[in-house]
Design a protein around this ligand. Structure first.
Ligand code: ADP
Ligand code: MG
Length: 243
């Protein structure tokens, strides 16, 4: 089981969209995926419920630190991927979810506010490393990027991240109506009607290249267990999160 958490303490950064795109592509490739919707607003869980479920996909919501640990243990053998979609607020759940993850993906829009929400998550990851020796691999995916132009603020965010040696995916998630319409029509990206959705082929290509990059970085069977699993006995994560 490989755990990937999507986190940014600002709402609207594109977490749920990035999580749904990855989930859709993993299902398309035949993987079993468990989604933990940690946002009390349950956007992702409701999207799946309104579709009437999907083979290979399970969604749990109303996640707390206690249920997170139990769910991870329960799902270990049943799913190749667990995707955690965090809420757009600062929450005590963040340290637990980060510690359980093989990889944390921080979607960041090219605006200052979003870079700040992402910085909260990146600060926490650095803090866990410094204070408790818990190293959690992480990346930024630039989200809602205008596919035609590179804005100045986007370039500034990219420069800032590379100065801090933070890995940024080569493939940004473009601003595409198809990525909104998955939610409007309650269906997977690849099930949208190309006659009704503009540039669906480009959206599918974008989602596919983004998923390729994620999978190259975080393969289905992780050799290394998440920091939380290995450090649970020592209780180091709980101590760091409480500090
Ligand atoms: N790449 C994108 N293209 C088009 N619309 C997007 C994209 N990313 C997000 N949105 C829209 O922006 C809003 C917020 O995105 P969402 O993924 O829910 O962010 P978060 O989960 O970080 O709060 C939603 O209405 C969503 O449909
Ligand atoms: Mg969300």
């Amino acid at each position: 089981m490989t755990v990937i958490t999507f986190a940014n303490t600002k709402g609207g950064a594109g977490k749920t969209t990035a999580a749904v795109l990855l989930t859709s592509e993993l299902l398309h490739r035949g993987y079993r995926v468990c989604v933990l919707d940690a946002d009390p607003q349950r956007w992702l869980a409701r999207w799946v419920e309104q579709m009437g479920g999907m083979p290979g996909l399970s969604v749990d919501s109303y996640i707390s630190s206690a249920t997170l640990q139990r769910t991870m243990t329960e799902k270990r053998k049943m799913f190749e991927y667990v995707i955690v979609d965090m809420p757009g607020i600062q929450s005590s759940l963040l340290a637990s979810a980060v510690g359980f993850s093989n990889h944390v993906i921080v979607p960041i829009q090219g605006s200052h506010m979003d870079a700040q929400g992402g910085a909260h998550v990146l600060d926490l990851i650095r803090y866990l490393d410094r204070s408790a020796g818990i190293r959690v691999p992480h990346s930024v995916v630039l989200s809602r990027v205008n596919p035609l132009i590179t804005t100045r603020s986007m370039q500034a965010v990219k420069r800032l991240l590379s100065e801090q040696n933070i890995h940024v995916f080569d493939t940004p998630i473009a601003e595409r109506s198809a990525f909104r319409e998955m939610f409007d029509f309650n269906c997977l990206l690849r099930k949208l009607d190309p006659a009704r959705v503009s540039n669906l082929d480009k959206a599918v290509d974008n989602a596919s290249r983004y998923a390729n990059e994620v999978m190259a970085l975080v393969p289905a069977s992780q050799a290394v267990e998440p920091a939380r699993m290995s450090l649970r006995r020592e209780n180091r994560l709980d101590t760091a999160a409480a500090a």
